[in-house]
Design a binder for this molecule. Sequence first.
Ligand code: SF4
Length: 359
Amino acid sequence: MPQPVSSIGSPASIRPSLAGDSLEALRTRLVGEGLTAYRADQIFNWIHARQTFAFQDMTNLAKDLRQRLDSAYSILDIQAERRVRSQVSNCEKFLFRLADGARVEAVWMGFEKRSTLCVSTQVGCALDCAFCATATMGFRRHLSAAEIVQQVLWVNAQEGLQVSNLVFMGMGEPLHNYTNVALALALLNDNRGLNLSRRRMTVSTAGLVPQILRMTEDDLPCKLAVSLNAITDEKRSRLMPINRKYPLDALFAACKKWTEHSGHRVTFEYILMEGVNDGPDDIRGLRARLSRLPSKLNIIYYNPTDRGFTSSGEAIYQRFYNELQSAPFPVTLRQNMGTDIDAACGQLLVKEERREAQA
Ligand code: SF4
């Protein structure tokens, strides 16, 4: 089991959160403080299975133990500073303030048969994709496993927002924060806790090839998505500089290994931007590349930022979708959600920071 990476630039919380401890880590921590493993199991059950976030409510623990825990630890030490509900789709955005004052976003999306939470894994991002609002923040720090898990616990605790599926697709590149993301996945997957199965959790990467190979070897309990957005190295390197380091051949070879090992398809995400990646050559390139491995394609609406890109028109989305219907892989046109709440990753926070700087 990997060990947590300390959060660079994040002073330790006065009362550290127990939300990121696996059952084994919690036993080690609390047995080291003179409690029994059985007590640790009870506390883990309260937090992750019963989702109780106040030690005082853990009624099968002695009162003085509850007080002792409360003075030494917290469970949820993140707070939603803003919560914005979409007026046009069943979608809500949260701006979370972390214990050290850093902020990240999460987006909840309600569908007919599931509800999906998109969580953040870093404050800012180092990868500098040309179309992304988060990229303008630069990299500030990794989130701890506790901070990742808490986004799920916090949203789950809200009336009517039970989370059934998770996507690691918010602020940050999840595989750049590999160790803490792996810890969070293991914890969320634990059948003694939230028990989110592998098919309900998806990690989306911009294409960190060594980490895709590592997650294959480690058999992380999640599905793999790749933010593709262009099908030639020249174009993709302009949009996503990480492609210069790990070009398409290397990326697709790593994805193929993951599919062979996991038995699942890789999901490729393709955000359509007007005049950039929405032409007939792009359709041909997608068909050729994605046919070579078990894959599926999500065509995604671009939520415009102020980075100089605009969304392709509706007719182009439909043409893309229709022309790829005969491809030997499934294609979906992802519902356009949250345009009125700055739902794209980083949009709301970047706007907030600008507003505060001008105030
Ligand atoms: S798109 Fe994702 S990987 Fe690229 S800069 Fe934005 S957050 Fe980072």
